[in-house]
Design a binder for this molecule. Structure first.
Ligand code: ADP
Ligand code: MG
Length: 267
């Protein structure tokens, strides 16, 4: 644990930036894509996807299985071998960036496979992801995580710092992948189906965690099929069908739109 304590939070730590979403810079667009198209081999998967994630909001990317949610997150991270269109992050075109450039600039990603290093401990898994403190484009300090304040967000991980990844439950591993991405101090976090395939208790912890991150000033784009979960945590929603955005609105508007729910989500 000492290596984490040695890097104590800067004076501008989590608490002092926790009200950032209530100030005048709330609503600033941090991540945006325009006419994003992507291919696997010869198969076009995404067709002119446009979306925005603003400071301080949680945005859901919904749609049935195979609609293109994971592909969209991968394309935003620079992980699709072939894509066209523009991805802009923090006001800079990063369409041609490598995935590690995106991460280094503060775009966090928790992919669906949720791999951790199974032969490393919780602490070691976290330490490999450590990056320095960040600022928002307007110069304000961004939320900052170290082992101590991550422990408050993930008490069960804090209770097992020396547990090997291979000795953790699926839910604990899932929490660890999210905690690890926070060690990079992301300004925007892309989460691929955080509620999928985990026990109800972990789903609840995931939801609470997302809302806590939002309060602390992190913007989140989450891919999700679970309407209840998305409704609980999200402000706005984009719905994909066959790689196209077919609907976007506030989360509440979608939930009141029986026709859209039936057409795009079969609920
Ligand atoms: P979702 O996350 O909404 O379930 P995906 O983005 O994973 O959807 O998939 C969108 C489409 O891309 C699907 O038709 C899927 O079969 C196809 N696809 C996904 N991954 C690959 C891949 N690695 N190679 C080829 N096709 C893929
Ligand atoms: Mg997916």
């Amino acid at each position: 644990m000492s290596q984490f304590q040695a890097h104590s939070s800067p004076s501008s730590s989590l608490n002092s930036s926790s009200n950032s979403s209530s100030n005048s810079s709330a609503g600033q667009v941090l991540l945006e894509c325009k006419n994003l198209c992507a291919w696997y081999g010869a198969a076009q998967i995404l067709f002119d996807v446009n979306l925005q994630v603003k400071r301080g909001e949680v945005v859901a990317l919904m749609g049935r299985n195979g609609a293109g949610k994971s592909t969209t997150l991968k394309a935003l991270m620079g992980l699709m071998p072939k894509k066209t269109g523009v991805v802009n992050f923090l006001g800079q075109d990063q369409s041609h960036f490598e995935p590690h450039d995106a991460a280094r600039r503060g775009l966090g990603f928790v992919p669906e496979d949720r791999r951790i290093f199974s032969d490393l401990t919780v602490l070691e898994n976290l330490s490999v992801a450590r990056q320095g403190a960040r600022k928002f484009p307007n110069g304000q300090d961004a939320p900052y995580w170290d082992y101590a304040n991550l422990g408050k967000l993930f008490p069960n991980l804090a209770s097992m710092p020396h547990r090997l990844g291979s000795h953790m439950s699926g839910g604990e591993q899932q929490m660890l992948t999210v905690a690890r991405s926070l060690m990079g101090n992301p300004l925007v976090l892309l989460l691929d189906e955080p509620s999928e395939g985990v026990a109800p208790l972990i789903v609840e912890q995931m939801g609470e965690m997302i809302l806590t991150l939002k309060r602390q000033g992190v913007s989140i784009l989450l891919s999700e099929q679970n309407l209840h979960f998305a409704q609980w945590v999200s402000d706005r929603v984009y719905v994909l069908e066959k790689g196209q955005v077919r609907h976007h609105s506030s989360m509440q508007e979608l939930c009141e739109d029986a026709q859209a729910l039936k057409a795009y989500l079969s609920v």
